[in-house]
Design a protein around this ligand. Structure first.
Ligand code: NAP
Ligand code: GCO
Length: 261
């Protein structure tokens, strides 16, 4: 296979969770551009409809499914529906996620559990649901959307850091357990990206904005565009010997002590 062809996703079915907008939408759009057929889900009917329209406007015939990623029977039904509608899932991107920014000693345990449920247990549920089909197909790709918080902590994000740290190890464990069956499981660790999730941190005058710029050698927030190439790489045959790796797309944050004030 030529080097260029190894990046093609022609004939592949990709499921990107929580992809009506934000990072998920960008990742799904990139996989579509590389030739994949796209399935995506959202928990909210309204957002799902808007997502289908947005994909259509981008020339992508994506199929949307209403599904709460924490609901295992619902996920199993969604995977069965996708297999009926589009074929077996070749590529799973576990993108759906939430964050709650609360000082840990003030955090209600139900909020902690909800973040763990969506950001860590759900990727387990989704991967468990698609792996049997991938084994039957002779292989597959699983990409878990990790975070800077898979490596670093900060005030108010205890649940999110615990979940994303766990997601890094779940990624490594899936790679270890299923690598021999030609399933590659890797992570993408976005830095600080301009999406609705980080909008509160980018409010005009919010000290976090200057903080992040000082911590980022690229001296800018990331955009969802920055994540597209890495996603296509990890979803394609170009990365068949890459397994259990978290690819940080962070403008260099993890390498940098930070700009001297
Ligand atoms: P976002 O704009 O908040 O979008 C999150 C998506 O997940 C939404 O579509 C949301 O659907 C969906 N979702 C949430 N809970 C769900 C559930 N129970 N079932 C199904 N879908 C659910 O977030 P984002 O910034 O695009 O982030 C996407 C992923 O990247 C997350 O895993 C996040 O942790 C990770 N990440 C983000 C950044 C960043 O700087 N933005 C950096 C590193 C990692 P609804 O709209 O219906 O709620
Ligand atoms: C925060 C941010 C981060 C980003 C991302 C960084 O409050 O620190 O939301 O968690 O979302 O995960 O990689």
């Amino acid at each position: 296979m030529s080097y260029a062809d190894s990046f093609s996703l022609k004939g592949k079915v990709a499921l990107v969770t929580g992809a009506s907008y934000g990072i998920g939408f960008a990742l799904a759009s990139a996989l579509a551009e590389a030739g994949a057929t796209i399935a995506f889900n959202d928990i909210n009917e309204e957002f799902l409809k808007k997502g289908v329209e947005a994909y259509k406007a981008a020339g992508i015939d994506a199929k949307g499914y209403i599904c709460d990623v924490t609901d295992e029977p619902g996920v199993q039904k969604m995977i069965a529906d996708i297999e009926k509608d589009l074929g077996p899932v070749d590529i799973l991107v576990n993108n759906a996620g939430i964050i709650k920014r609360v000082p840990m000693h003030e955090m209600d345990v139900k909020d902690f559990r909800q973040v763990i449920d969506i950001d860590l247990t759900a990727p387990f549920i989704l991967a468990k649901a698609v792996i049997p089909g991938m084994i039957k197909q002779g292989g597959g790709k699983i990409i878990n959307i990790c975070s800077m918080m898979s490596e670093l902590g900060r005030e108010t994000v205890s649940a999110y850091a615990a979940a994303k740290g766990g997601l890094k190890m779940l990624t490594r464990n899936i790679a270890s357990e299923y690598g021999a069956l030609n399933i590659q499981c890797n992570g993408i660790g976005p830095g600080y990206i301009e999406t609705p999730q980080t909008a509160p941190l980018r409010e005009p005058g919010h000290p976090f904005n200057s903080f992040i710029l000082a911590k980022t050698p690229a001296n800018r927030w990331g955009t969802t565009e920055d994540l597209k190439g890495p996603a296509v790489f990890l979803a394609s045959a170009a990365s068949d010997f890459v397994n259990g790796h978290v690819l940080y797309v962070d403008g260099g944050i993890l390498a940098y002590i930070g700009k001297q004030p």
